[in-house]
Structure formats: C-alpha cells, structure tokens
Write a protein that binds this ligand. Sequence first.
Ligand SMILES: Cc1cc2nc3c(=O)[nH]c(=O)nc-3n(C[C@H](O)[C@H](O)[C@H](O)COP(=O)(O)OP(=O)(O)OC[C@H]3O[C@@H](n4cnc5c(N)ncnc54)[C@H](O)[C@@H]3O)c2cc1C
Length: 538
Amino acid sequence: MQDHDFIVVGSGSAGCVVAEKLSANGRFSVLVLEAGGTDRRFFVQMPLGYGKTFFDPAVNWNYKTEPDPGLAGNADHWPRGKLLGGSSSINAMVWIRGQREDFDGWAAAGNPGWGFDDLLPIFKAIEDNEAGADEWRGRGGPIHVTDNRGRVHPLTHRFLKAGQQAGLALNQDFNGAAQEGVGVYQINTKNGRRWSAARAFLRPAMKRANVRVVTNALATKIFFEGTRAVGIEYLNNGRTVTARASREVVLCGGSVNTPQLLQLSGVGPADLLKNLGIPVVLANAHVGANLQDHLGINYTYKGRLPTLNQTLRPWWGKMLVGMQYLLLRTGPLSMSMNQGGGFFRTDEGQPRPNMQLYFQAFSTVLPKPGERPILTPDPWPGFSIGLSNCRPSSRGSITIRSKNPLAYPKIVPNAYSTEVDVAEMLAAVKFVRKIASMPAMSEVITEEVLPGPKCVSDDEQIADFRKRSGTVYHPVSTCRMGPDASQSVVDPRLRVHGLAGLRIVDASIFPDNISGNTNAASIMTGWKGAEMILEDHA
Ligand SMILES: Cc1cc2nc3c(=O)[nH]c(=O)nc-3n(C[C@H](O)[C@H](O)[C@H](O)COP(=O)(O)OP(=O)(O)OC[C@H]3O[C@@H](n4cnc5c(N)ncnc54)[C@H](O)[C@@H]3O)c2cc1C
C-alpha cells in the first residue's frame, strides 16, 4: 500500500496543473497516475505531428461513439490523449479562452468565483504571450503562446480578406476585448514545439522529490470508507496496485474517463449501477449525463494557387519542410493545421457569436488506399474553410457497459438532436459559402470539392452536414458543477456532492460548454481547482 497526501488521476490539461500546484510548496506528497505513457515523442512535440497522433493507439484512446441518428447513423471518431499531457499533447493547439458571457453564465448559475472577472487573472497568469502583455494578455506564465500573424500561408490572408468582404471585422486577438471577427489563431507552442500542459507544468513538477508520476497506470476503482474517498486501485503493467490518499483523491481523467471511473466505483445513476451489479456508494443521475460537445464540418475547395498540398505531398517537399523544421524549427510543421479562423453570428438576433471558423491551407479529402484520412494532402491545390458551433443545445451521455474497467464506455452524443442546432448549422454553412464567394477567395477557387455544386437546397445541405460533420473534440459537462446536489456532480469548490475527500478537476465539470476550443479553459480549471484545494488544506 502506497501512501500520499493527494492522488491525481490523469495527467491531462488540468491534471498537470493540479500536480504542479499541489506539490509546489513542498508540504504535500503527490502521486500522479497516468494511463498512457511518455510525451517524449517526435510527432507529439512537432505541431503538425497532429495528423499522426490523431489515430495512434500508442498515445490516443481512439474512442468511437454509438452510431448517431443525428450524424446519419455514423459512429464518430473521438480522439482523446492517453499520455503525459493528455489531450493537450495531441490537440491542435489553438489558444482560445472563450467568451466573457460563458464564464459569467457559470457564475450566474450559482458558482461564485467562476465569472470572467474572477478568472481573467488566472488566464493571464497561465500565459507567456509572444504578443506581449496588456489588459487581457499575460507574459511570463508557464504556457507559451505564439503569435502567428507574420507566419501564415498567403492563402490565410486571402481568407481574412474574404471574411472582411463578407462583413466580419479583422480581429487581432480573439482573447482580447472581443471575440467576434476573423483573424490568425494564436497557438500554444514555443520555438516550433508543442507547449502542452505536461511541458509547462508537469515536467517541472516531476523534478520535485514530493511528486511521483506513474505512467501506464490505469485507475480502475476509487476506494471509499463510508462516503469518504481514501484511495485508488490501479493497474500497472499487469499488476494491481493500491494507493492511499490521506487528504484527497483528485479526478482529472477528462470528460469521458472521469464519469467512467466514478460509475465503476459506485457513484452514478442508481439503475445503471444496480443492473451491472455494482454496489452503490452514492446515487447521482448526473454522473455521465449532460454531455455537450462542439460539432464541425469542412467545406473544401480546389484552387488556382499552390496550397500546402503542393509542399506537403511530394517527397521532396516533405524533405524540404522537414529540413526547415529540424534546422530552424519554423515552417508549416511548426504550426497548427488551423492557421486562421474567426467567430460570427448566424443572424443579427444572436446576442454574441455562436459559430467558429477555421481556415486550413491544405486539404486531405482523398486518403491513400489503406490510409486514414487527414494524413495525405490531396494531389491538387486544395484548402478548407471549416466551422463549428459554439453553444449547441443537444445533450448526450457517457455510461459504462460493464464492470470491466478496460471496456470502453458507451458514448451517445445525440448530435443535432434539436431543431435549433440544425437551423443554426444550416445558416452557418451558408455563411461559409458566402465567404468563399467573396472576391478575395472566389478569384482563386476553381471548384467546390465538398460538398460540391450539387448540394444546393436546405434539405441537401442539412443531409450533407449530418453525413459529414463530427466532433471537434470538446466534450464537457459530464460531471457538471453546480450548487444543487440534485442537478450536478460537484459543488463550486469542485468537491463531489455527498462525498468527502473527492474532487473533480477537469473539463467534465464545465457547467456549460464555452464558445471556442476548450484547452485553455481546462488548464484554467486545473489552476483554480488546485488553488481551492490548497486553501482547504492550508
Ligand atoms: C484531437 C484534438 C484536438 C483538439 N484541439 C484543440 C485545440 O486546438 N485547442 C483547444 O483549446 N482544445 C483542443 N482540444 C480540446 C482540449 O485539448 C481538451 O478539452 C482538454 O485537453 C481537456 O483537458 P482535460 O484535463 O479535461 O482532459 P485530458 O487532457 O484529456 O486528460 C485526461 C488524462 O487522464 C488520463 N486518464 C484518463 N482516465 C484515466 C484513468 N482511469 N487512470 C489514469 N489516467 C487516466 C488520460 O490518459 C489523459 O492523459 C482538442 C482535443 C483533441 C482530442
């Protein structure tokens, strides 16, 4: 039996921060259990290695959802990071905080301390922003944020111009005073390398004597004495190991795994647990419920001008950008696949942006035989304008199928299951076509490849996005935070309602999804969660 003050389950975006902060003052011993392995891998550290890790079982849980009626019956691919750094080690590195109103909504729902003005100092403290510090941005923090405005592909500038011709403002900083408009994405990299939560927080903490990180350690059960969590059982290289936490167990396994581990341990919907023969420690129907996610789709074009396809497809192009990357740490391999983007409203009645844009100066619609999509650039000059919704109203669920901790849970997204989500996406794809029809874009487009000119009517466009869209990897809220134990899983201090010694600190606690990519908000959750834990153990 191992004994520690704190056990942190999962070293993802939030877990890395928790491990760093809880260990910083040297008073507490911290055990970090990570189901995956090391992040010291070339394709993890090289930003455009994203295409490789997207399906790689060595670093990725590679979940599949249930066939979803809202996605024309497709079972969606859900990558999640399974390595040090979690999903922050395999994500697309777009650095977006969300909108002020998102967090103000969290606070207004009865979660004091989670409003935007409360969180802004944390967002600033997290950052080391290349663009410099100001009222909104931070300098000197652990996460380096690269300002790519001078580095993007020329086509990205055309996209920005077309966005302005379509009526959007040019936005120099989506994390500044306002999110609306088109602009170049800032990304969390440093000197051409991914700057994950592991790199920024966990690696420095691992140098401390009071931190022990065990990789290939799958937590399989939380131990309770009565209603107090006292430890974790985990599998490590075929051995079952037990560890005790004298202060707290902190769950940071992310939106899929945290509800799974709770359910396996007897905390969850009573009927589900009883049917599987799991003794109920605490019945709570919200464990694994209220799943929210962003859905996205790409419109892909063939162009007159060379795109990154012409650079990244031929062997000599790969060699050139490979040399450029290895020698100078610059070029396309040092960037996110999403160079530009934006936020817009689908109609003027929307009080704030409800859609996000992505511009990719390459296309991968034709996989080579036997190869997964997204690995091989198309043989013609292609590029894509993508989008995703910001605050869809559809809700899904995550539930275990059996007592076996190795069995993947059942993921039911219920995508586009409300009329408003369908109507909003229809308006949004029409706007993408509007951007493509603007002079700055249309003069370089020869053909719309996907969905193509035959997809015209509303019904055709809806059928198309049901068939082709899928997650943009932002599942949240499966253990949502709230003041009312009958409506949520954790309280505003992230303590699991009705249990002692157990907290959840990851994206599963978001009361509602934020408008944009979820990594920065997950890191912020780790930071704030750790601060509250430290206050409670002062
Ligand atoms: C492909 C992809 C692209 C994305 N792109 C972006 C982007 O460009 N910008 C952005 O802001 N966000 C992006 N995201 C989303 C963002 O990365 C996540 O929202 C965020 O990382 C979630 O953080 P988390 O701490 O909740 O969970 P995670 O970072 O997923 O961490 C959970 C960790 O816990 C471990 N774990 C789980 N269960 C157990 C267990 N039982 N025992 C031990 N360890 C366990 C996992 O292996 C993992 O390391 C992307 C995500 C993906 C997958």
